[in-house]
Design a binder for this molecule. Structure first.
Ligand code: GDP
Length: 443
C-alpha cells in the first residue's frame, strides 16, 4: 500500500506525543526530527522536506493552543494541515472550456500510463453523461493507436484516428473539427511519449498545443519512479505550462514521495491518481483526504463514494432487512462478497478505514482477493437448496462441494462453521434489536 511505511512511522511518532499533557520544545524538536527522516525515507524531495518541517515547527512552537485539543493532538493537526497544503490544499478540478468542446491533451513519458488514463478519464466523463471523443496522436509507438481503439470499443467511446502516416498536429486539428461537427463536449488527445525527454517530442507537443488550444494539459507521471517523476514534471511544465498532473501506479510498491513533492516543486496540482490497471482504477485527488490516509485517520469519504457508485442500493436495503430478521442465507453472503469485490482490491479498501493499519495483525495480514474467490467457488458449488439451508450439507455433500470447487473438505467445513457463527451473531443482534424496539414501544 502506498505511504504504508511513511504512515506507520508518522503514527508511531505521534502516538508518543498524543498522551502527553504538556509538550516541551525538545519534545517537538524530537518529533520533527522523526518527521523529517520519515519524509526523506519516503523519497520526498529534500527541499520540500526542509520547508515542510520548518513550517510545522514554527506553528507548533509559537502557537495558540486550541482548547479542545491536547498539545500532542495539536501537533498532529498542524502536520495534517501542512500535509494537505503541501499537496495543493483543496481538490483541483478539470478546467472546462466555456466554448465546448473542452480539449484535454494527455502528455508524459512512454509507459507512464497515458493511454490507459485517457481511457479511464473518458469513463469518468461518460459517467457524468458527457460525450468524449478520443484522438489517437501517438503515431510512433507500435500498437498505441490499436490500444486506444480497443479501449474506445470497450467503453463505447468513439476514437478518431488517421493512421500513422499523418502528422500528429494534423490529426489533433482534424480530431477537434470532427468533435465539433459530431457534438462531442470533450476531446481527449493521446499524444506520443518517449523513454526520455527530448527536444523533438517537446516541439511536437508545443505544436499540438498551439493547434488545438487545450483547456487542460494533463501530465501523466508514474509514481513508482519517485524523484524522477518530479524532474520529468518540471521539464514538461517548463515547456508546456502543464495544468495538472495524473499520478499513476499509486497501487504499486511506491513510497509516495512523488505525490508529496510534485505540487510543491512544480506548482501544478495533482488532479487524479491511478490506482490499478483496470479501467475504473482512477480517483480524483483530494489533498485533505490523502493527508488523512497518511496519518492513519482513514479516508471514509472516498470509501463512501466508491460504495455509493458501485453498490446496488436496493440490494443493500434488502440485505439489511434480512440481517435484521436473521434470515440471511449463503446465497446472500455470495451476493455480498461480489459487491465488496466491486469496491476494488481489498487492501486498498482496508487502507481507507481509520486506524486499520494499527489493528493488531492487520499490517502483516495478506488480505487477498483470492480468498474471496475461494469462498465464492465453494458457495457456487452448492445447490440453491443447500445455500438456503446449510443443514442439508452432510458429509457426502461436503465431499461433492469440495470436489466441485477444487477445495478441500476442510475448506468447506471452515466456511460452513464461519457462516454458522455469523448467523448466530445475527440472531443475537436481531433479538436484541427487537427487545429494544419493544421497550421503546411501551414508553
Ligand atoms: P503510455 O505509454 O504512457 O501510454 O502507457 P500505457 O497506458 O500503455 O501504460 C503502461 C503500463 O502501465 C500498462 O501495462 C498499464 O496497464 C500500466 N498502468 C497504467 N496505469 C496504471 C496504474 O495506475 N496502476 C498499475 N498498476 N498499472 C498501470
Amino acid at each position: 500500500m502506498v505511504f504504508e511505511s511513511l504512515a506507520n512511522r508518522l503514527q508511531d511518532t505521534f502516538n508518543r506525543l498524543r498522551g502527553k499533557g504538556k509538550l516541551s520544545e525538545s519534545d517537538v524538536k524530537e518529533a520533527m526530527r522523526e518527521v523529517r527522516l520519515a519524509l526523506l525515507e519516503a523519497d520526498v524531495n529534500f527541499k520540500v522536506v526542509k520547508d515542510f518541517v520548518e513550517k510545522v515547527r514554527e506553528r507548533a512552537i509559537g502557537q495558540e493552543v486550541l482548547q479542545s485539543l491536547t498539545p500532542g493532538q495539536h501537533v498532529i493537526k498542524i502536520v495534517n494541515d501542512e500535509l494537505t497544503e503541501l499537496m495543493g490544499g483543496s481538490q483541483a478540478k478539470l478546467n472546462i472550456s466555456n466554448k465546448p468542446p473542452t480539449v484535454i491533451m494527455m502528455v508524459g513519458l512512454q509507459g507512464a500510463g497515458k493511454t490507459t488514463h485517457t481511457g479511464k478519464l473518458a469513463k469518468l466523463l461518460q459517467k457524468e453523461k458527457k460525450k468524449p471523443l478520443l484522438v489517437a496522436c501517438d503515431i510512433y509507438r507500435p500498437a498505441a493507436i490499436k490500444q486506444l481503439q480497443v479501449l474506445g470499443e470497450q467503453l463505447q467511446v468513439p476514437v478518431f484516428s488517421l493512421g500513422d502516416q499523418v502528422s500528429p498536429v494534423e490529426i489533433a486539428r482534424k480530431g477537434l473539427e470532427h468533435a465539433i461537427s459530431y457534438g462531442h463536449d470533450y476531446v481527449l488527445i493521446d499524444t506520443a511519449g518517449r523513454l526520455h525527454i527530448d527536444e523533438t517530442l517537446m516541439d511536437e507537443l508545443r505544436n499540438i498545443k498551439e493547434a488545438v488550444q487545450p483547456s487542460e494539459i494533463l501530465l501523466v507521471v508514474d509514481a513508482m519512479t519517485g524523484q524522477v517523476a518530479v524532474e520529468v514534471a518540471e521539464t514538461f511544465n517548463n515547456t508546456l505550462d502543464v495544468t495538472g498532473t495524473i499520478l499513476t501506479k499509486l497501487d504499486g510498491d511506491t513510497r509516495g514521495g512523488a505525490a508529496l513533492s510534485i505540487r510543491a516543486v512544480t506548482g501544478t496540482p495533482i488532479k487524479y491518481v491511478g490506482t490499478g490497471e483496470k479501467i475504473d482504477a482512477i480517483e480524483p485527488f483530494h489533498p485533505d483526504r490523502m493527508a488523512s490516509r497518511i496519518l492513519g485517520m482513514g479516508d471514509v469519504l472516498t470509501l463512501i463514494e466508491k460504495a455509493q457508485a458501485s453498490i446496488d442500493q436496493d440490494k443493500a436495503m434488502d440485505l439489511e432487512r434480512k440481517m435484521r430478521n436473521a434470515d440471511f442465507t449463503l446465497e446472500d453472503f455470495l451476493d455480498q462478497l461480489s459487491q465488496v469485490k466491486n469496491l476494488g482490491p481489498l487492501d486498498q479498501i482496508l487502507g481507507m478505514l481509520p486506524g486499520m493499519n494499527k489493528v493488531k495483525g492487520m499490517q502483516n495480514m495478506n488480505v487477498d482477493d483470492k480468498q474471496i474467490n475461494r469462498i465464492e467457488a465453494i458457495i457456487q458449488s452448492m445447490t440453491p437448496a443447500e445455500r438456503r439451508e446449510p443443514k442439508l450439507i452432510d458429509s457426502s455433500r461436503r465431499k461433492r462441494i469440495a470436489k466441485g470447487s477444487g477445495m478441500t473438505v476442510q475448506d468447506v467445513n471452515r466456511l460452513l462453521k464461519q457462516f454458522e457463527e455469523m448467523q448466530k451473531m445475527m440472531k443475537q443482534f436481531s433479538g436484541m434489536a427487537k427487545k429494544m424496539k419493544g421497550k421503546k414501544g411501551k414508553k
